[in-house]
Ligand binder design. Structure first.
Ligand code: SAM
Length: 241
């Protein structure tokens, strides 16, 4: 058996002897870019069935077929953590999606706040970044990237999910609010370059399940704040703990 050098996310069931038909883009990537041919091994995952080693049985320019041989990893779900963030410039938004996937967010939720710069996002492009990040980092799960939604709608969808509210107004405060050790579903909220409006901040502070958190004495860029918050949460309550 040859060694698998490529990991690929497929939207297809995986199991013993299961055939997987490739899309045109996947065939182009495997056979055109990676130069694989019939007999080559590929690792497949689909967010449900773990990771499977598969063999290329048909290889064409516009398509191809793989057959699953053996399961190589069980599905490992990330903790029930959503990253809610206000999109910033394109490359920095891509960075946030990539890092949130690597660091183990289960859902990535772009949110429109009063001072959010972006009026729309390309959801499919961001979702593709999450797929690529999961392929690279050895994950067996790809977080869903939702479409841009207004803050009030996102807060309504949270239900009683705990919220780590990263509030830049607390930066430099002498008594930083601690993250309480509550288990179960959580979300992290990161604001835009312009920060939260006073009305948003008041609303968030009034929320029973919101926990205002300070990320050190300096104001961080939103992409830095996202990585810092994910690190703190994963370390204290997540699968790094
Ligand atoms: N324009 C805002 C200001 O000057 O006050 C800064 C916004 S900051 C670039 C973007 C987001 O990162 C904030 O809304 C907050 O969610 C998070 N953030 C940055 N630094 C933080 C800190 N020290 N503590 C908590 N959250 C922080």
């Amino acid at each position: 058996m040859s060694e698998a050098k490529v990991r690929l996310y497929v939207d297809h069931p995986l199991g013993a002897a299961q055939s997987v038909v490739l899309s045109r883009d996947q065939a182009h990537y495997l056979f055109g870019v990676m130069r694989l041919g019939v007999g080559a091994a590929v690792l497949l995952f689909n967010s449900h069935d773990g990771e499977w080693r598969a063999t290329v049985t048909e290889a064409g320019k516009r398509g191809g077929v793989l057959q699953c041989d053996v399961q190589t990893a069980q599905l490992q779900m990330p903790p029930d953590l959503w990253l809610i963030f206000a999109p910033i410039k394109k490359a920095r938004t891509d960075f946030i999606v990539e890092k949130a996937t690597e660091m183990g967010a289960r859902r990535i939720v772009p949110v429109q706040t009063a001072f959010t710069n972006a009026g729309r996002i390309q959801q499919s492009r961001l979702q593709a970044h999450a797929v690529e990040a999961a392929e690279q980092c050895g994950g067996t799960f790809v977080p869903e990237v939702t479409d841009l939604a207004r803050l009030d709608r996102v807060l309504a969808d949270l239900g009683d999910r705990q919220l780590m509210f990263c509030d830049e107004a607390l930066a430099g405060a002498s008594a930083a609010s601690a993250l309480p050790g509550i288990s179960g579903p959580w979300a992290i909220l990161i604001g835009p370059e312009g920060g939260f409006s006073e009305a948003e901040r008041a609303r968030l502070h009034a929320r029973e399940t919101a926990h205002p958190v300070q990320l050190g004495p300096r104001i961080l860029r939103a992409d830095t704040a996202a990585v810092a918050a994910l690190t703190v949460w994963q370390q204290q309550l997540g699968d790094w703990a």
